[in-house]
Design a protein around this ligand. Structure first.
Ligand SMILES: Cc1cc2nc3c(=O)[nH]c(=O)nc-3n(C[C@H](O)[C@H](O)[C@H](O)COP(=O)(O)OP(=O)(O)OC[C@H]3O[C@@H](n4cnc5c(N)ncnc54)[C@H](O)[C@@H]3O)c2cc1C
Length: 318
């Protein structure tokens, strides 16, 4: 008979069933923990037709990996539900979580793997192309853009290094500064040396013909491009972590909840993994992040189980 924690309904509750949450849930379920995954069903890459650079799943629709992951969790008696966690509070021996449908549940350990919301620059036509002609990640869509006319829509001077990176996939890269910054002399020299054109002025529109992105309009002029790379502002879905007082840190991309390598937050029993704490993680690394957190959560439970067993033994023997 496995140890069953006292009080709480679940050993581990995983909020968010993307790669990070499912990676954790699989590890926990295989460690014979009672695991519940509650997922809103809106992974970050939902608008993309294919996932790239994901070993074993390269070129598959994002849903394929998630469907397989859910089946694997269920195979070890992990339970999966659709839902949205709205509020959380600490109990003596874990956490009490409330859902949008009015239900509640409790767990000894809680993992938040709720991802981010991408806030695109306010350019007409951009949102309609998101995940198709307008993309975020050179390693995910660089190959598919090879030798194409690529525009990098910059939102700050980090656009310079991203434009130089994209030059790896195509000789036809144009950096759209979008009035966000003025490249320094050193930056201009580097861009020129690599043959990256700099186009100043505000990007007024992303142009499409039917489903296909055809260009951009910058300061009144139309420029034909095949692909626009853009770095949205990644806003973490971390309200639940903040509700519990988890410490945060500045990460360059913004303020994110601080975690150890295994995903421990500053609040005992509260864990976080995937894009919600690191927006740069890709599918494979988000799965890895969750997998590490799942193992660490199980080990935290082992420590609690041992502590409780020792206390019981002491009570019996006086
Ligand atoms: C357009 C686009 C294309 C991409 N293409 C690639 C690619 O080709 N290859 C690659 O490796 N990476 C790609 N990525 C990155 C990839 O999307 C992320 O690395 C990955 O989704 C991160 O996984 P995650 O589990 O951290 O978060 P997500 O996959 O975003 O999962 C988070 C889950 O939590 C749920 N959730 C949120 N709030 C709650 C709540 N309160 N209660 C319950 N559930 C909640 C959401 O509905 C969602 O299902 C792409 C990203 C974008 C934007």
């Amino acid at each position: 008979m496995q140890d069953r924690g006292r009080g709480a309904e679940w050993d581990a509750l995983v909020l968010g069933g993307g790669g990070a949450g499912l990676g954790a849930a699989l590890t926990l379920a295989r460690a014979r923990r009672r695991v519940l995954v509650v997922d809103g069903g809106e992974p970050r890459n939902a608008s993309a037709a294919h996932s790239h650079g994901v070993l074993g799943f390269d070129g598959s629709p994002p849903s394929v990996l998630l469907e397989r992951g859910r089946a694997e969790v269920a195979r070890y008696d992990g339970v999966l539900r659709r839902g949205e966690a709205r509020a959380v509070e600490r109990m003596d021996d874990g956490f009490l979580v409330a859902f949008a449908d009015g239900g509640t549940t409790s767990a000894r350990q809680l993992l938040v793997a709720t991802g981010v919301r991408d806030e695109l620059p306010d350019v007409p036509g951009l949102a309609e192309q998101w995940g198709r002609g307008a993309v975020v990640c050179p390693y995910c869509d660089g190959w598919e853009s090879r030798d194409a006319r690529i525009a990098l829509l910059a939102t700050d001077e980090g656009g310079v290094s991203r434009a130089l990176l994209l030059r790896q996939w195509s000789t036809r890269v144009v950096l759209l500064t979008h009035d966000a910054f003025e490249p320094s002399r050193a930056h201009r020299r580097a861009l020129e040396a690599r043959g990256v054109e700099v186009l100043p002025g505000r990007v007024e529109q992303v142009l499409s013909l039917g489903d296909r992105l055809t260009g951009v309009r910058v300061a009144g002029e139309r420029r034909t491009v095949d692909r626009v790379f853009v770095t949205p502002r990644a806003v973490p879905n971390d309200a639940l972590l903040r509700m519990l007082g988890a410490a945060t840190t500045e990460r360059g991309a913004g303020v994110f909840v601080e975690v150890s390598r295994a995903g421990a937050t500053s609040v005992p029993g509260l864990w976080a993994a995937g894009n919600v704490v690191d927006p740069s993680l890709k599918v494979a690394t988000a799965v890895g992040d969750g997998t590490e957190a799942g193992a660490a959560m199980n080990e935290a439970l082992v420590a609690l189980d041992t502590e409780a067993a020792l206390a019981d033994a002491l009570a019996r023997t006086g």
